[in-house]
Design a protein around this ligand. Sequence first.
Ligand code: C2E
Ligand code: MG
Ligand code: MG
Ligand code: MG
Length: 279
Amino acid sequence: SAKHGGKQTYRLFEPKLMEAIQRRRSLEASLRRASMRNEFKIVYQPVFSSTKGQITGAEALLRWTCPQHGEISPTEFIPIAEELGLVSRIGSDVLRRACKDAAGWPEHIDLAVNVSPVQLLDPRLPQTVSQALADSGLAPERLELEITETALLNNDEAALRTLTHIRDQGVRISLDDFGTGYSSLSYLHRFPISRIKIDKSFVQKLPDDVGSASIVRAIAQLGSSLSMKITAEGIETDSQLSFIQEQGCDEVQGFLTGRPIAAADFLLLAGRTVQPVDA
Ligand code: C2E
Ligand code: MG
Ligand code: MG
Ligand code: MG
């Protein structure tokens, strides 16, 4: 009967829900411990000039292996860290460590660090940034912070103040995952943003998907008319790379040109690169 069927559905559903709740609880506990002990790793994904093929920088990406659940994606644990009020602490640690690593790279190689929307609301962020620069000796011009459109939506005035303080130190701001949020062109004008990163969901459908191709073309034109740099992320194939090069994007990042690697490996890779002649 329908009643019986309904009960069965309920019984099937409940254990899965309980499992999800338990996983979440144990991740939370484990994340608290990891954050107390700084048990995170940072990997670096190289960013290349799209025309010259040289490494111009690297993006710091956080890695965490939970003792119970194994490797957890930052797309899963960063939102939990935000909810638990741990993200500022974790994010400050990433900034400090990444700046120290980058200070050991050749000077033409820049560093990009992700900043979560919640971290951007922390009024101590500009101070954390200047402290990380002072402690590492990294030139502010070599640091770029990646924020998302969500961060600008949440708290307009506070975000603008914080970003302006950071920009005034000489640090650049880029808009990550562009095109996936509540894209509003007024952000680009209102906030001190010097780079747009085209989200990989568009790049990965190139060159055949007509909609994605139009969006990428439009973002590239927008960037050039606003004098902003453009990075395309998530490039996996030669044909995606060719399309991006034809659009005049400045930089490329993706598994085709380089996966995220450990700090020691990135140092070796960076050491083998030559200083671009026109830099
Ligand atoms: P994101 O900032 O957009 O970083 C790029 C993501 O795309 C990385 O995933 C990178 O490994 C992945 N990626 C790069 N090239 C390719 C490609 O060719 N194909 C595919 N399929 N993926 C590619 P990851 O490391 O898993 O990070 C996911 C997101 O987690 C990041 O997206 C960022 O939003 C967040 N995240 C990572 N590290 C941090 C951090 O230190 N702080 C904060 N607040 N967020 C972080
Ligand atoms: Mg430079
Ligand atoms: Mg990023
Ligand atoms: Mg992105």
